[in-house]
Design a protein. Structure first.
Length: 88
């Protein structure tokens, strides 16, 4: 599934012709926060997203904490469909 853009950027899943990508963001994509449960993307993740958008890509981010909260395949499918629709 992993795809590398001509510019050398790695994407978890991509439809290159449509310039649409899904990025599955694990714990290393977020800063460690000591207060509260708010999670903030780290600089590397924000920078990569900004570069890809400037290159014309549409990105769909799937944060690990959202995915892990889903109880079954039906919930996962519904979540993915919702993310795809909201980014179309």
């Amino acid at each position: 599934f992993e795809y590398e853009t001509p510019e050398g950027l790695s994407l978890d899943m991509a439809q290159p012709d449509a310039k649409t990508a899904i990025e599955v963001d694990g714990p290393t994509h977020f800063l460690k926060c000591t207060k509260g449960t708010q999670r903030v993307e780290n600089g590397r993740t924000k920078f990569k997203s900004r570069l890809l958008r400037q290159l014309g890509w549409t990105l769909i981010h799937i944060p690990y904490f959202d995915w892990n909260a889903l109880n079954d395949a039906v919930a996962q499918d519904s979540y993915l469909q919702s993310k795809i629709r909201s980014n179309a």
